[in-house]
Ligand binder design. Structure first.
Ligand code: SF4
Ligand code: FES
Length: 366
C-alpha cells in the first residue's frame, strides 16, 4: 500500500509529507527561516519535545475538511500535520512575539555568563536570544541558584544554566544501561541531579554533553582550555570496538593538539547519521581517551555553517601548495611548526590538551 501523503503549507510554501509527520519536521524539510527553533525536541530521542515552547507556530487553517484555525499557538514539535493544513511560522507576528516571550522566560534564570561559558559559540540559547530575544530584561528578582552536584570526573554540571529540556535524561535512558541522573524536585526547584551524589559513568553517557542545548553539561577534559572558535573542527574516524559506537567524530584541534572530541552534528545541531548507518552516538573512550591525532584517521576539515562564529578562520576548501620538502630532504620531515612559535596564548612547556582538569590563569601567558 502506498504511503498516505498530506499537503501542508508553511509560510506560503507547500510540500507533501507522509501522514504522521510533525509540523516541525515538515518545516525542516523546507528549511531556512521557515523552520521554527527547537530547544527540547531531538529527533533521535524518543519522547523528546513539548517542554520548552520555542517551536510555537500559528495554525491558520486546521485542514481541508475542517478549515477552522487553531485557537492557540501550538508546539510544532508535537503537532502532526493534517491534509490541507496552513501554518504560519516566521510570517506570524503572534509567533514572533511568543518566541521573544519564551526567550525572556528562559533567560529569567539562565545566567548571562557567555564570556566564561564553554558552550559559547555553539549554544542554541545564545543563537535563539540573538535571533528572537529583546534588549534588556524586566526581571528584578534574584536568579535561582543551586547547590553544586558533582557528576564525576568527565562531565561538569552547571545547573543555573539548565533549561530543563530533558534531553540528557532521555539520552541516559535510551543509550546507556542505567541512568543515575534525572530531574529532581518540582516547579522552580526542579533540577538535574543525581540521587545521593552518584557519578555518571556509563560508557555512552558523554553524549549528554552533545545533546545539551546550553552550557549546563560540558566536557571537563575541555573546560576552560580554549574558546571553541579558536579551534579547528576536523572530521575523523577510527575502528571503535564498541558495537554501539559509530566511531565517526569531530576533533577540535589547535595546531596538532586535539582539545576535544565530539559527535558530528547536522544542520539542526543534532548528532548526524554515520556513514555506516549507525546513529552518530560515540562512546566515552572515543570522546575522552583518544586525544591524539594518531588515534584517528583524519578525513579533512568539517563543514561549518558560514553564519557560525566557528567558521571564522576555518577554511574548508583550502588549496595547499604542493609539498616539496620530502622530495628535497629524501625523508618525511617532522612537524616543522610548533604552535607556540605562532601563538603566545599559553606557556611553551604547557600542552593545554594534556592538562588534567580545567586550565587556570597560571597556565596562560599574562
Ligand atoms: S542539563 Fe542540558 S540537556 Fe539536561 S535538561 Fe538541562 S539543558 Fe537539557
Ligand atoms: S522544541 Fe517544541 S516544545 Fe521544545
Amino acid at each position: 500500500m502506498s504511503e498516505q501523503l498530506f499537503k501542508v503549507t508553511i509560510d506560503n510554501i507547500t510540500i507533501e509529507v507522509p501522514a504522521g509527520t510533525t509540523i516541525l519536521n515538515a518545516a525542516r524539510k523546507i528549511g531556512g527561516d521557515v523552520t521554527p527553533p527547537a530547544m527540547c525536541y531531538y529527533s533521535k530521542l524518543e519522547g523528546s519535545g513539548g517542554k520548552c515552547r520555542t517551536c510555537l507556530v500559528e495554525v491558520s487553517k486546521g485542514s481541508e475538511k475542517d478549515p477552522r484555525p487553531m485557537p492557540k499557538l501550538v508546539a510544532s514539535c508535537r503537532t502532526t500535520v493534517m491534509d490541507g493544513m496552513e501554518v504560519k511560522s516566521a510570517t506570524s507576528p503572534k509567533v514572533l512575539d511568543a518566541r521573544a516571550g519564551v526567550v525572556e522566560m528562559l533567560l529569567i534564570n539562565h545566567p548571562l555568563d557567555c564570556p566564561i561559558c564553554d558552550q559559547a559559540g555553539e549554544c542554541h540559547l545564545q543563537d535563539l536570544s540573538y535571533e528572537h530575544g529583546k534588549n534588556g530584561t524586566r526581571y528584578e528578582f534574584q536568579r535561582r541558584t543551586f547547590h553544586k552536584v558533582d557528576l564525576g570526573d568527565k562531565i561538569q554540571l552547571h545547573m543555573t544554566r539548565c533549561i530543563l529540556c530533558y534531553r540528557c535524561v532521555f539520552t541516559a535512558d535510551q543509550l546507556t544501561e542505567t541512568r543515575e541522573h534525572g530531574v529532581l524536585d518540582r516547579g522552580d526547584h526542579a533540577q538535574i541531579a543525581t540521587f545521593i551524589q552518584k557519578n555518571l559513568q556509563n560508557d555512552f553517557i558523554g553524549n549528554v554533553i552533545d545533546v545539551c542545548p546550553v552550557g549546563a553539561l560540558t566536557d571537563k577534559t575541555f573546560r576552560f582550555k580554549n574558546r571553541v572558535w579558536f579551534t579547528k573542527p576536523v572530521d575523523a574516524h577510527r575502528n571503535c570496538s564498541n558495537p554501539k559506537c559509530c566511531g565517526e567524530v569531530q576533533l577540535w584541534m589547535r595546531g596538532d593538539e586535539v582539545f576535544r572530541v565530539t559527535a558530528r552534528k547536522d544542520e539542526w545541531g543534532e548528532v548526524k547519521e554515520a556513514s555506516n548507518g549507525k546513529t552518530g552516538w560515540i562512546c566515552n573512550e572515543c570522546r575522552f581517551d583518544k586525544k591524539h591525532t594518531n588515534d584517528w584517521v583524519i578525513e579533512g576539515p568539517s563543514h561549518v555553517n558560514r553564519h557560525s562564529v566557528i567558521s571564522q578562520g576555518h577554511y574548508e576548501h583550502l588549496e595547499k601548495p604542493q609539498e616539496f620538502l620530502p622530495e628535497l630532504m629524501h625523508r618525511q620531515p617532522r612537524l616543522l611548526m610548533d604552535i607556540h612559535s605562532a601563538s603566545e596564548v599559553n606557556k611553551p612547556d604547557i600542552e593545554l590538551s594534556e592538562i588534567k582538569g580545567p586550565a587556570h590563569s597560571t597556565d596562560f601567558n599574562k
